[in-house]
Design a protein around this ligand. Sequence first.
Ligand SMILES: Nc1nc2c(ncn2[C@@H]2O[C@H](COP(=O)(O)OP(=O)(O)OP(=O)(O)O)[C@@H](O)[C@H]2O)c(=O)[nH]1
Ligand SMILES: [Mg+2]
Length: 370
Amino acid sequence: MVKTSDVIVNQAVEKAMAGFLNEEGKTNILVVGATGSGKSSLVNRVFQIDFAKTGVGTPVTQATTKYEVDDFPITLFDTKGYEVATDEHKRFITEMESYMKDSKKKMDEQIHMIWYCIAASGHRVTETDLAMLKKFSDINKPVCVVLTKSDITAVSDVNTLMQVLDEHGFDSFAVSSRAGIQLPKLMEWTYNHLDDAVKWAFLRAQQVNVELKRTEINKAIRQHATMAFGVGFTPIPFADGPILLANQGVMINRVLKGYGLDGLFGNFENLIGTLGVGQIVSQLGRYLVAQILKFVPGVGTVAGGMINGSVATSLTIALGLTVSEISYRVAIAKLQDENLDVESFMKSIPMDEIKGLFEQFVKDELKRNK
Ligand SMILES: Nc1nc2c(ncn2[C@@H]2O[C@H](COP(=O)(O)OP(=O)(O)OP(=O)(O)O)[C@@H](O)[C@H]2O)c(=O)[nH]1
Ligand SMILES: [Mg+2]
């Protein structure tokens, strides 16, 4: 039987969550650099995907191929590596300039970000590099320099290159496809310089900065839960607390998606089962809602008290943060062990621990949202 409060809660949550982590488009990244500078290795490491092997390639200009992989939120514009000694790059930049300057291009065809690769092991930033970088930045698209192969370059040499680039006004990141190094910083820079419409897609696709995922996902959980139960939220009876939690499916689904964990499961129910979210709701729902009586001064004294907007917000945020925290742990473990059995790993987290996390989040949020 569908209760009125159930419908109200559903509507509020769904309305607020409609935009939550729901990236519309894909992020289009142009990767530029001399032959063998490490473009493919960089992209493979960041997204854990081999675009050239997995994706469908379509030529966009003579030197640039666009790669798309089904259901993957990044479109890679991979440029054929140019020989610095020849004039090849001149044609490439002219073609790319005219492609990028076409203001009529729809969002999904535009270049959103340029990673300009220079192998740090080559020990120099050439005039050609600087000229090309200047052209790209003149088009007003975010461009940064990725100093690849930093693992086989002396730190002092890398620092010199970074300084030269900085003097010319370019941000740079020393990375390696083997050791990472400043890859997390590159992720942060990229995320912060992307258009709002496509930044979620990038956050979800990148696999090297899980902390950034957690920070941004948790921010979104707070924002959207606050929106769902803000002004105009009709208080619901305390007894409906567990139903409130059960209705947060959209949020849970999108949090998992943000960590890139959704694709590992055949369907959402399976995922919920594995994560124990169903258990959280059924086992703990009643218990926790009863506990809240103790956390919220005054409420406990009212027989058959009501859940108001701030309590509903706190419960929703706490559930979101709990799922986010578990997902974070899984994502970290997966980084350390590519062959991790995600399902067993999730199941190995004791229920009591999840309960403890959730309880703590509820307490913290009630204080915050008072
Ligand atoms: N030590 C080290 N080697 C790297 C790194 N990145 C790439 N390489 C090596 O450099 C070579 C070229 O790397 P690719 O990623 O194919 O370079 P690319 O820019 O895609 O090359 P083209 O597509 O041919 O232009 C390969 O042998 C890689 O293994 C790195 O960070 N460290
Ligand atoms: Mg390549």
